[in-house]
Ligand binder design. Structure first.
Ligand code: PGA
Length: 273
């Protein structure tokens, strides 16, 4: 079973002291859950705090990542952060193409593709964010928009590279609005995304849901077999709510594992062994 992935995107929140404090609270709050297995947790603090958050979480199973990176490895790009810089802090992940980057910073599908390739070159695991606006959904264009975002981002990757990518389906209308997609809406788009992945990577790639994930809807969303984890924004800024979401993930992971184990034993019994 692929571990369920619970990622926390801190966006442009926290200062140095509160970032360290939140990381310390999560280190303590998630230790016993992570020891049970089946769950992977990634925290995405603001870039200036990557190094210290990595240090706070050293020796734990909690990984750290950045919220974006530039598509070039280095150069005269004032203010930008490169994938090799991120990797050199000990962070292992990076978001690519979050809708706030696309919408507020004008990042195009082409740039997101360049960032994703830069992340892979630096040995980082990219989380590629895709999703439609409300207008696009209402016009029946959800699949078309998501397919285009995927195609640009994954173009030219071989199966092994594509398998290192995690995809986050984040409908733009659900981000920060308190209005999450229904589990059925999310599952439907997740299925469509998986069908569009290169065959060599399709079964490996985890597809997360993001957009107003909270403790009270996490269990139902994660309960969908098509959903391999969640990308959490607002609720990741409080240790209590993020730990409650991770708790829901852990329960789902254990149920899936039990289901798989039961299936394996039944298959062995049927084969006479
Ligand atoms: P939200 O943000 O959970 O606050 O809706 C999700 C995201 O932007 O990744």
């Amino acid at each position: 079973m692929k571990p369920l992935l619970i990622a926390g995107n801190w966006k442009m929140y926290t200062v140095r002291a509160s970032a360290i404090e939140l990381a310390q609270q999560l280190r303590a709050g998630l230790a016993s859950l992570l020891a049970q297995g089946g769950l992977e947790v990634v925290l995405l603090p603001p870039a200036p705090f990557l190094l210290e958050v990595v240090q706070v979480l050293a020796g734990t199973a909690i990984a750290v990542g950045a919220q974006c990176c530039h598509g070039e490895d280095e150069g005269a790009y004032t203010g930008a952060v490169s994938a090799p810089m991120i990797a050199s802090t000990g962070a292992r992940w990076v978001l690519c193409g979050h809708s706030e980057r696309r919408r507020l910073f004008g990042e195009s599908n082409r740039e997101v593709g360049a960032q994703l390739r830069a992340a892979l070159r630096a040995g980082l695991r990219p989380v590629l964010c895709v999703g439609e606006t409300l207008e696009q959904r209402e016009a029946g264009r959800t699949h078309e928009v998501v397919a285009l975002q995927l195609r640009h981002a994954l173009e030219g990757l071989d199966g092994a590279q594509a398998a290192r990518v995690v995809i986050a389906y984040e409908p733009v209308w659900a981000i920060g609005t308190g209005r999450s997609a229904s589990p059925q809406q999310a599952a439907e788009v997740h299925g469509a995304i998986r069908a569009l992945l290169p065959a060599a990577a399709a079964s490996e790639v985890r597809i997360l849901y993001g957009g107003s994930v909270k403790p009270d809807n996490a269990a139902e969303l994660l309960g969908q077999p098509q959903i391999d984890g969640v990308l959490v924004g607002g609720a990741s800024l409080h240790a209590d709510s993020f730990c409650a979401i991770a708790q829901a993930g852990s329960a789902v992971a254990r149920a899936r594992l039990a289901h798989e184990t039961a299936g394996d034993s039944a298959a062995r019994a049927a084969a006479g062994g």
